[in-house]
Design a protein around this ligand. Structure first.
Ligand code: SF4
Length: 328
C-alpha cells in the first residue's frame, strides 16, 4: 500500500502481515486457539524517514517489529526490504540481511553481555557480520563510542559500569557497527529518565542525518513519538486504525481511538488542551477479538454497523488514512 505520494524511495513494504501465536491445550498439547497479535497490517517506510508505531500495550506494535526482523516467524503476509522478499530468505541469507536491519531494545542491560567489555561487544557485531576488517575494528569501535557521546577510553569497561542512558548509547553504537539502513527502536527510551530520554532522542536524530538512517520507532509514549516522527501509525488490537504524517495526526486526529490517546497527553497550555476522552473497559482479548471494528466495545461513537462491518483504511486527505466508516 502506498500511503504517501512522494518521490522518496520505499525502503520497507509490509503487506497484510499476520502474526498468530498458537495456544496449546488438552492432553496432547494440540493447538486449541491462536492469539492474533497482528492481523493484516500494511504500511510502507521511505528511505530516511522516521515512522512510529504507537498504541497501548498488547496492540501488536512490538510484535510487528519482531516479525519484520523475523525474530518471530510471521504467520502470513509479505515483507519487502529494498524490494527483496524477506520471508523467502533462508537462514544464511537472512543473517546477511541483518546487516541492514538492526534493532535497539528497551532494556539495554539485558541485551549487553555482562561478561564482555563494551569494546568486545561492539567488535563482535562487526566480526559476526564481517562489516569492518579485523585490523580496523578497535579504531572503529573508539570512533563509534565517541559518536554516541561516550569516551573512547571507555572501551575496556563492562556494561555494569555505565548508567541506563549510557548503556542505551552502547546499544546504539553496536547497532551502527554493522552500517544498517533501517533501525527498529523498540521502546528504546521507555526505561530512561525524561532528561536522558531527550538526550538519546536527539542523538538518534543526529545519527540519522550522519548515517542516512531510516527508523521504525515503536513506542507507547506519544510525547516521544511527537518528538521523533515524520509519520505515525496507530495500532489497536492487532490492526492499524490510522496513519498520517505527524502534524496531521497531532493537529487533526480522526479515528476515535487516536483522539482518545491524544486527549490523555498532559498539555501545559490551556490553548493546546483537548477535551479528555476517557475510554471505558479493557482492551479485549486478541484470542477472540470483537467482530466488525475491533474498537467497537470501547468506542463512544459506535453504531450497530460497527459490530458487523470490518473497517479498512481509507485516505481521508492526502497521506492521512483512517479505518472508521464515520470519517469521510
Ligand atoms: Fe468507533 Fe464504529 Fe468508527 Fe470503529 S467504526 S471507530 S466503533 S465509530
Amino acid at each position: 500500500m502506498s500511503v504517501l505520494k512522494t518521490k522518496k524511495k520505499t525502503l520497507l513494504e509490509v503487506k497484510d502481515l499476520k502474526q498468530y501465536f498458537p495456544i496449546k491445550g488438552g492432553l496432547f498439547g494440540r493447538t486449541v486457539n491462536h492469539v492474533k497479535a497482528v492481523d493484516g497490517v500494511s504500511f510502507d517506510i521511505y528511505e530516511g524517514e522516521t515512522v512510529s508505531i504507537v498504541g497501548e500495550s498488547g496492540c501488536g506494535k512490538s510484535t510487528t517489529g519482531r516479525a519484520i526482523l523475523r525474530l518471530d516467524e510471521p504467520t502470513g503476509g509479505e515483507i519487502r526490504f529494498q524490494g527483496d522478499d524477506l520471508l523467502s530468505l533462508n537462514k544464511r541469507q537472512m543473517r546477511e540481511k541483518r546487516k541492514d536491519l538492526q534493532v535497539i531494545f528497551q532494556d539495554p542491560y539485558a541485551s549487553l553481555n555482562p561478561r564482555q567489555t563494551v569494546g568486545r561487544i561492539i567488535e563482535e557485531a562487526m566480526e559476526i557480520l564481517n562489516t569492518v576488517p579485523k585490523k580496523d575494528r578497535t579504531n572503529r569501535t573508539i570512533e563509534l563510542l565517541e559518536q554516541v557521546g561516550l569516551r573512547g577510553d571507555m572501551i575496556n569497561r563492562y556494561p555494569h559500569e555505565f548508567s541506563g542512558g549510557q548503556r542505551q548509547r552502547i546499544g546504539i553504537a553496536r547497532a551502527l557497527a554493522v552500517n544498517p539502513k533501517l533501525l527498529i527502536c523498540d521502546e528504546a527510551v521507555s526505561a530512561l529518565d525524561v532528561s536522558v530520554q531527550a538526550q538519546v532522542l536527539n542523538l538518534l536524530k543526529k545519527l540519522q542525518k550522519e548515517y542516512q538512517l531510516t527508523y521504525l520507532f515503536i513506542s507507547h509514549d506519544l510525547g516521544v513519538v511527537r518528538h521523533i516522527s515524520d509519520r505515525v501509525i496507530v495500532m489497536y488490537l492487532g490492526n492499524i486504525v490510522e496513519i498520517a504524517n505527524k502534524k496531521s495526526l497531532f493537529d487533526n486526529p480522526q479515528h476515535p481511538y487516536t483522539r482518545a490517546l491524544l486527549s490523555a497527553i498532559p498539555e501545559p497550555t490551556r490553548k493546546n488542551r483537548r477535551e479528555r476522552m476517557i475510554l471505558t473497559g479493557d482492551v479485549p482479548s486478541p484470542i477472540n477479538p470483537p467482530s466488525g471494528c475491533r474498537f467497537h466495545t470501547r468506542c463512544p461513537m459506535a453504531t450497530d454497523a460497527c459490530r458487523t462491518n470490518d473497517q479498512q483504511l481509507r485516505e481521508v486527505e492526502p497521506g492521512h488514512f483512517v479505518a472508521c466508516h464515520l470519517i469521510q
